[in-house]
Design a protein around this ligand. Structure first.
Ligand code: NDP
Length: 341
């Protein structure tokens, strides 16, 4: 039974030394429990926050504990009514081969589901995040301009495709020519711009001649600086994530973020242009809205109106490097680790 634990807390970008691979005995199942074998592990940007001790909306992972993460797993043994060996479940077992569960938080996936890994992506937490943030906060109407940060990732890809289905003009922002090509040609955004281009600001202004009505924020940093002057009066900004800051001070080194106080200028723009800037954490909305999301999204995925890209890394031992790469933008689509089959 292999597991990856948090060996030390990162300062800045995580490195392989912040993780440790351990081999421990497979846990023994007791009464009222199931033994789960991990098939798929989801790697997500929020895990960077859990590596830090700074206060946040969720508790940090303790040093020496298994890294947290959403998983799709197979029931190997069951001492729990309602679960049978062979059931495939959505679980939250973290970066390890085997885990015990008392059933809380487990969802049995439909037998014979063709792509169970999608329960961690387009039909799971990232897809739900995109759906909620865009439709419940951004609320685009036909003819409006929607700009989507981190457009090629699992959240951004769904945001942009949903916005197109709602009749918006959709401009993606992604890192590098290949990601931008894919977002345009394979996901059907109207255009996609490389945030690393030296003339990115001019390109974005040209791509949004009527200004920006919805900016789906996942990044912060330079992308937001370029977006802010283009926001229309009454624009909506669902604040989903700030990945550009996850390594540069949001969690560990407050001085870096506070180096220049741009807050008054930002607040001034919120007021003058009556912007609606709303943060959200998707965990808050599962009980009320996850069923509605699935009801909306499943048919769109099944008939191909929402396209899905997964970036699959083989082997639990490769999770740390893949996670580090994701924070640098190396993933092409939803990043998943195939732990076993
Ligand atoms: P992605 O697969 O899109 O991975 C993150 C991407 O962010 C990278 O691939 C990279 O893409 C981009 N990125 C990284 N650093 C920078 C930077 N400095 N400037 C611009 N772009 C950068 O992740 P997800 O789709 O899973 O998540 C997207 C966002 O949504 C994250 O911020 C995440 O924290 C947030 N989130 C929030 C939730 C909530 O409840 N509020 C729930 C789920 C996700 P590129 O190469 O294109 O730059």
């Amino acid at each position: 039974n292999r597991r990856i634990v948090l060996a030390s807390r990162p300062s800045g970008a995580p490195t392989p030394s912040n993780f440790r691979l351990e081999c421990v005995p497979v846990p023994k199942m007791g009464a009222g429990q199931v033994l789960l074998r991990t098939l798929w592990l989801s790697l997500d940007p929020y895990m960077r926050g859990r590596m830090s001790a700074a206060p946040s909306y969720a508790l940090p992972v303790a040093v020496g504990d298994v890294m947290v993460g959403g998983t799709v797993a197979r029931v190997e043994q069951s001492g729990l009514e309602g679960f049978s060996p062979g059931d495939i479940v959505l679980s939250y077992d973290g970066w390890q081969d085997y885990a015990l569960s008392d059933g809380s938080g487990l969802t049995i996936l439909p037998a014979g589901m063709s792509h169970p890994s999608r329960a961690l992506g387009v039909l799971g937490m990232p897809g739900f995040t995109a759906w909620y943030g865009l439709l419940k906060i951004g609320a685009p109407i036909a003819g409006e301009t929607v700009v989507v940060a981190a457009a090629s990732g699992p959240v951004g890809a769904v945001v942009g495709q949903l916005a197109k289905l709602h009749g918006a003009t959709v401009v993606g922002v992604a890192g590098g020519a290949e990601k931008c090509r894919r977002v345009r040609e394979e996901l059907g955004f109207d255009t996609c711009l490389d945030h690393r281009a030296p003339d990115f600001a001019a390109q974005l202004a040209a791509a949004c001649p009527k200004g920006i009505d919805v900016y789906f924020e996942s990044v912060g940093g330079k992308v937001f600086d370029v977006v802010l002057p283009l926001l229309n009066t009454f624009a909506r900004v669902p604040v989903c994530g700030l990945i550009a800051h996850y390594n540069d001070g949001l969690y560990d080194n407050k001085d870096a973020v506070q180096a220049s106080d741009r807050l008054p200028a930002f607040m001034g723009q919120i007021l003058i242009r009556r912007l609606r800037v709303q943060g959200f954490i998707i965990m808050d909305h599962y009980s009320e809205l996850y069923a509605e999301f699935l009801h909306d999204m499943q048919p769109l995925v099944e008939d191909g109106r929402i396209r899905v890209f997964e970036d699959v890394v083989d082997g639990l031992e490769n999770a740390p490097q893949a996670f580090i790469g994701m924070l640098e933008g190396k993933n092409q689509g939803k990043l998943l680790v195939k732990v076993s089959s």
